[in-house]
Design a protein around this ligand. Structure first.
Ligand SMILES: *[C@@H]1O[C@H](CO)[C@@H](O)[C@H](O)[C@H]1NC(C)=O
Ligand SMILES: *[C@@H]1O[C@H](CO)[C@@H](O)[C@H](O)[C@H]1NC(C)=O
Length: 333
């Protein structure tokens, strides 16, 4: 009896470890971007630029979209150097504000498809983070983030979906944030725009599944980009201490994960331990991509909740400590 139980336990543990390893490392590429047209918003810097370079390395025709022409030109040169075959690949840029009117965006995308071929993959990386406690925030900043992060993504997808549906093929990546798994002190406005993107991604996944269009939602942690440097400057101390607990990743690592996950048709794309655990904890009614994933979620969700509670308790402590220090400083003044 004891032996049987032992064998059962060993098999059970091996099964969980095997499933975790397969979720972490095994990605079957179901689609391929070789020779296809890949369009990346926010493609002149940060995660967007890293993704564009990676797409060029994988043989794709790449168009990057951003506002600043100088930055676009510099980035285009860099991307061109990464091409597999410079004669067969077309690298272009388009200066466009994705938060401008939808008519403008639709017109620009129509022209782009006429000149550079139908869009196979749309990667939405355009976005900004401005931190601050709610009482310190500027409503103009909130509107700016809403228009860029949410509306910008929504409009670009709306512009490409009709043709993707016609061709019964395509990939859409929506770049959200770890701050869409859990609200964070000092990121109330930013986090709200990223939560909204999750609603968008889940709805689209359901709408576009029958048309063989993959939808992937990337939830990167802090990433070492020019945008992140600006974000850091606006973050309250509490926000810094909390987000530091997840570490900072390079944009190349994040972009690589996004490409592998999107080609494999995965819904969540995360990097790092915390991202992996939050993926299980927050799976809820999110789309199912494989049986292995569901079994693992079934087995791990409760356990992840306990770990999550421990994280929340340390965040609580951090916030309390910061508040105490502030009160003491005020008394000293
Ligand atoms: C990619 O660019 C090459 C070179 O300009 C072109 O021949 C090819 O048709 C393009 N592919 C797509 C899918 O537009
Ligand atoms: C965090 O603190 C609040 C009150 O300050 C408390 O209600 C809550 O249970 C705490 N959460 C955790 C996870 O400790």
């Amino acid at each position: 009896m004891g032996v049987l139980l032992g064998v059962f336990l060993i098999v059970f543990v091996l099964l969980i470890v095997g499933l975790i390893l397969s979720q972490l490392f095994w990605r079957k590429r179901l689609k391929n971007i070789q020779g296809q047209h890949v369009v990346i918003t926010g493609g002149s810097s940060g995660i967007g630029k890293s993704f564009a370079i990676l797409a060029a390395k994988n043989g794709a025709n790449v168009t990057i979209i951003a506002r600043d022409i100088k930055k676009l030109e510099t980035a285009k040169n860099e991307i061109q150097h990464s091409c597999q075959n410079k004669d067969k690949q077309k690298i272009e840029y388009l200066s466009l504000d994705v938060a401008s009117s939808f008519e403008n965006i639709e017109k620009s995308f129509n022209e782009l498809e006429k000149n550079s071929g139908p869009i196979f993959m749309l990667v939405n990386c355009a976005g900004k983070a401005i931190g601050g406690k709610i009482e310190d925030s500027k409503i103009d900043d909130v509107k700016f983030m809403w228009n860029l992060n949410f509306l910008g993504t929504y409009q670009c997808i709306k512009a490409v979906v009709p043709r993707m549906k016609n061709s019964r093929d395509g990939i859409i990546i929506i770049t959200s944030s770890m701050a869409a798994f859990s609200g964070v002190f000092g990121l109330s406005a930013y986090s709200s725009t990223k939560f909204a993107l999750r609603g968008l991604a889940e709805s689209l996944k359901m709408e576009l599944n029958p048309y063989n269009i993959f939808v992937t939602m990337a939830l990167p942690p802090d990433t070492d980009t020019p945008g992140f440097a600006i974000e850091e400057a606006t973050k309250p101390l509490e926000t810094k201490l909390i987000s530091d607990s997840c570490g900072t990743f390079s944009p190349d690592v994040v972009a690589n994960q996004m490409l592998e996950d999107s080609l494999a048709g995965k819904f969540f794309s995360t990097v790092g331990m915390e991202g992996f655990l939050l993926g299980f904890l927050c799976a809820g009614m999110s789309p199912v991509c494989s049986i292995g994933q569901v079994i693992l979620e079934f087995l791990l969700m409760g356990f992840c909740r306990i770990i999550g509670a421990c994280y929340l308790a340390t965040f609580n402590n951090t916030i309390k400590k910061c508040m105490k220090t502030r009160d003491q400083n005020k008394k000293c003044e």
